[in-house]
Design a protein around this ligand. Structure first.
Ligand code: NDP
Length: 343
């Protein structure tokens, strides 16, 4: 790692950051295996510039683990119910650990059946979704996922939060290029982004959310203090959030966002969230040159004037981090080192 003496900023390698994060998780009631998965996930978000789900999230993870709301020591229960359906009970652990446990079975299922539907319940999701789908695109598959969360989004025309920020992600391979990866909240803004605005005391754009009385506000503090976010795209986006709520909260046998109840777990922050993941082998659809077809579509978008594809910013950040290291503020680094050394 390089440190600049008179500067606030340092650079850290992915492996160094991952090791620090793993030590922090292990120090906070997490098994080595789960800590490794969470650390990889969190370090990857920081490396790719998804700062709303990188090291910014560490205090939330730690507080949730210490509160006993989420179980970092649990082992998920994975069951294949038929040719293509996999059901996971995360046993109150993290969704990423559940997915990692099922990964070999998911890949085998897609090879055998052309599709794997993975329904995870009793799980917590506190991160970005792209790490859950991108690896399948890198293996030549198409992956779609939906996650619900903590009720902090009002339905279109409503005054009371019902949905989580209910993100969706999609990844697909492209010939001779990085995969195309779309990963977005169905709220106007992800909750982590609102919190970053609040930390910086920056207003959020008009239309982002409402205060505790249901009145429109651009104050991120008001949105966080009993207010709520709006869904993107008016009633159409609201219906997509509803769709996600059903996929992640009901098809999985999980719970709805509004059923999250942290009472009795002071400090808890990780929402209990179901996750539906669908992985498809696109070659079963009859196209013999699927990835080339995707390359043609992407080229058409560029010709039409789209200046970049979803996911491209992350790949650019990743390449820069691999070359120069991941930028990190010195006080952040010190904070992580202190947490990591508290064995
Ligand atoms: P953004 O609005 O920043 O980005 C959404 C998607 O649009 C990304 O795929 C992004 O690609 C792409 N994109 C952004 N700008 C452009 C552009 N100009 N042209 C083409 N594509 C573009 O994401 P959100 O704020 O909605 O979500 C941020 C993160 O928060 C996500 O990773 C999401 O999974 C996570 N999240 C997690 C939740 C949870 O409960 N676990 C809840 C809600 C959100 P790129 O990444 O390359 O910028």
């Amino acid at each position: 790692m390089t440190e600049k003496n008179n500067s606030q900023d340092a650079r850290i390698t992915f492996q160094e950051l991952k090791s620090l994060l793993k030590a922090i998780f292990v120090n906070n009631r997490t098994s080595s295996e789960t800590a490794d998965i969470l650390a990889e996930n969190c370090a990857a978000c920081e490396r790719d510039g998804v700062l709303s789900h990188g090291i910014f999230r560490v205090p939330g993870y730690v507080d949730s683990l210490r509160s006993g709301w989420v179980n970092g020591l649990t082992v998920p229960d994975v069951a294949r119910l038929g040719p293509s359906f996999i059901r996971i009970d995360a046993r109150n652990g993290f969704a990423q650990r559940a997915l990692a446990s099922a990964d070999p079975l998911i890949r085998r299922t897609v090879r055998e059946a052309g599709i794997a539907i993975v329904a995870t319940r009793n799980s917590h999701h506190f991160s970005a979704l792209w790490p859950d789908v991108e690896p399948f695109a890198l293996a030549g598959y198409m992956a779609i996922t939906a996650v619900n969360g903590l009720a902090n989004v009002v339905p279109h025309g409503g005054r009371q939060a019902v949905y989580g920020t209910n993100p969706i992600a999609f990844a697909v391979p492209v010939y001779n290029a990085q995969p195309l990866v779309i990963d977005q909240a169905t709220s106007v803004m992800a909750n982590g982004e609102v919190r970053l605005h609040a930390l910086a005391n920056n207003p959020v754009p008009d239309g982002t959310g409402v205060d505790r009385d249901g009145n429109p506000t651009t104050d991120p503090h008001a949105i966080l203090a009993g207010g709520a976010l709006n869904t993107f795209g008016g009633y159409k986006g609201s219906s997509i959030a509803l769709f996600v709520e059903i996929l992640a909260g009901a098809v999985t046998g999980g719970q709805f966002s509004f059923e999250n109840d942290f009472t009795g777990f002071p400090g808890a922050q990780t929402p209990k969230a179901g996750q539906l993941l669908i992985v498809i082998d696109p070659n079963w659809g009859g196209s013999t040159n699927f990835e080339s077809r995707l390359a043609l579509l992407c080229a058409q978008l560029a010709d039409a004037g789209q200046d970049r594809l979803p996911g491209a910013r992350r790949f650019t950040n990743r390449a820069a981090a691999e070359q120069f290291g991941i930028p990190i503020a010195m006080d952040e680094l010190q904070r992580l080192r202190t947490l990591a050394s508290k064995g």
